[in-house]
Design a protein around this ligand. Structure first.
Ligand code: SF4
Length: 506
């Protein structure tokens, strides 16, 4: 068993994750950190020269990508053209029990997905991989990102008689690829036709009976990389942190617009037809919050980017303080950067309960038993009587920040100077995150001093938007949720559940 040579605690009840937000009486409960942004999705694909237990390897890859989505997950294994799929709501470790993993056949290719649904509700039918049988064979598909022209594409398909079974963008992509496949000689030709019609963010992996194909959209909003396996074979993953988890070595990132085709003969074919057909605009929030700190995206370490954000914050918003602490997990690297740049000692001031999933339901909505208090505990020795610089990655509605500040005050903090390693959110995102309504963004309605007062901080400083390129060491980034400068045309409605609403209305 994993970590079996570690000491184990004795007793005590642990809490379990749930995705429901209603209790048995039907009353709305508080989902932990519900005012934090959510990740989009994680995709994984693997191809080996000989049949292997790829379900287990894909499970390990999904485990490493779990931070990108905790609503649901799935795996499809290709055993000589026979596809076996299992997918469900829940974390990978709950969905893929030893019995489920043991029921998969060995295969030469597999794909997997961890989902946070940015479009489509939390139903099992919206989980991926999405499997399609068509006249010329079959394919399965996993996808990360949101299409900014999804509504237009879906409407056009429906007018031509398409019937959708899910409310996610992924089925739109599957439909377009399948229609193209019926007119073309190869799956890669069909994927190419689909890519020419899609707008917005998509990093996806398509598995046919013979091939494995990975594509990154021409803007490169979402990351996607490829690694090599020691005995031959390749791995695709949303983030490089998933490669060591399956024993693979990092080869390179896919370029925005690049399509890589893996053939059964072990060939890797790179199709660069869509490369540089649009300006590259990788999501800057991947570096600030979404990605794991041990990942390297487009050649830039996420950990180093977060440390730079902290150092830049220290420059822009210095503070008279005794200690710098970070909100676990994504505030920690920036806190270290702030401490190193300012010369103020770094301390561990908050501990996270690692057994609570992001979707754990707090028992009440009251302040006294808030979800934050279940998730985070202050270390009194670090904070009592101290002037603190508190670093977090973002403020959405402000409720979580207010509770963390109050937690530290109760532990004896004398002053709390809050510093945020991103600029204020002012605009919705249409590319695969759940920033979908300006009315919920505190910075759209209040000035920085007002927000400081609302969350109870002595001072507040956000990372200036003009330094964002320094995080990614590139000007080729998307900053639309901060600047309103969208790299593509934007849809009229970007709500996560826009197709749900349409279905219900009908
Ligand atoms: S709008 Fe914001 S969250 Fe969305 S892709 Fe752009 S930078 Fe990332």
């Amino acid at each position: 068993m994993l970590f079996s040579d570690k000491l184990h605690e004795e007793c005590g009840r642990t809490v379990s994750a749930s995705i429901s937000i209603h209790d048995s009486l039907g009353e709305k409960q508080e989902v932990l950190f519900s005012d934090k942004l959510h990740e989009e999705c994680g995709v994984f694909g693997i191809m080996t020269p000989q049949p292997e237990d790829l379900a287990h390897l894909t499970y390990c890859g999904l485990f490493a990508l779990q931070h990108r989505g905790q609503e649901g997950c799935g795996i499809t294994v290709n055993d000589d053209g026979m596809f076996t799929t299992h997918k469900d709501l829940g974390l990978a470790e709950h969905v893929f029990t030893p019995q489920v993993l043991g029921s998969f056949p060995h295969g030469t290719a597999a794909i997997g997905h961890t989902r946070y649904g940015t479009t489509g509700g939390s139903q099992r039918r919206n989980c991926q991989p999405m499997e399609v049988n068509h006249q010329k064979g079959k394919m399965a598909l996993v996808h990360n990102g949101n299409l900014s022209n999804a509504a237009v594409l879906r409407s056009a398909l429906e007018q031509r008689g398409a019937i959708f079974h899910t409310t996610s963008d992924t089925e739109i992509i599957a439909y377009i690829i399948t229609q193209a496949r019926l007119q073309t000689d190869s799956i890669e030709d069909a994927v190419r036709i689909a890519v020419s019609q899609l707008e917005g963010a998509f990093s996806m992996i398509v598995m046919s009976a013979q091939k494995l194909i990975a594509v990154r959209d021409p803007h490169g909003f979402r990351p996607l990389c490829i690694g090599t396996l020691p005995d031959g074979g390749y791995v695709f993953a949303s983030e490089s942190c998933a490669l060591p988890a399956v024993g693979a070595a990092f080869l390179r990132d896919l370029e925005p617009g690049e399509m890589i085709v893996l053939t059964p003969e072990g060939k890797l074919i790179s199709d660069r037809r869509f490369v540089r057909t649009a300006p590259k605009t990788i999501c800057i929030f991947e570096y600030i919050y979404f990605a794991r700190p041990d990942s390297v995206l487009d050649g830039v370490s996420v950990h180093a980017a977060r440390k730079r954000a902290g150092a830049l914050l220290a420059e822009a918003y210095p503070a008279d303080a005794d200690v710098v602490i970070g909100v676990p997990d994504s505030g920690l690297d920036a806190a270290l950067g702030y401490a190193q740049a300012s010369g103020i000692p770094y301390g561990i001031g908050l501990i996270k309960n690692k057994y609570i999933g992001r979707t754990f339901i707090a028992p009440t909505q009251s302040e006294r038993v808030s979800a934050v208090r279940l998730k985070l505990s202050p270390i009194r020795e670090t904070v009592e009587g101290k002037r603190i610089v508190l670093i977090d990655d973002s403020i959405v509605r402000g409720t979580t920040s207010r509770r963390i500040v109050s937690l530290l005050r109760d532990a004896g903090a004398k002053k709390i100077h809050m510093r945020i390693s991103s600029p204020p959110f002012l605009h919705p995102c249409y590319y695969g995150t759940d920033i979908d309504s300006e009315e919920n963004l505190i910075a759209c309605h209040h000035s920085v001093p007002e927000i400081a007062e609302m969350i109870g901080a002595d001072s507040l400083g956000f990372l200036p938007a003009e330094v964002l390129p320094q995080l990614a060491c590139s000007e080729e980034i998307c900053t639309a949720c901060f600047s309103g400068d969208y790299p593509t045309a934007v849809p009229q409605s970007g709500s996560k559940n826009r197709f749900e609403q349409k279905l219900h209305a009908g």
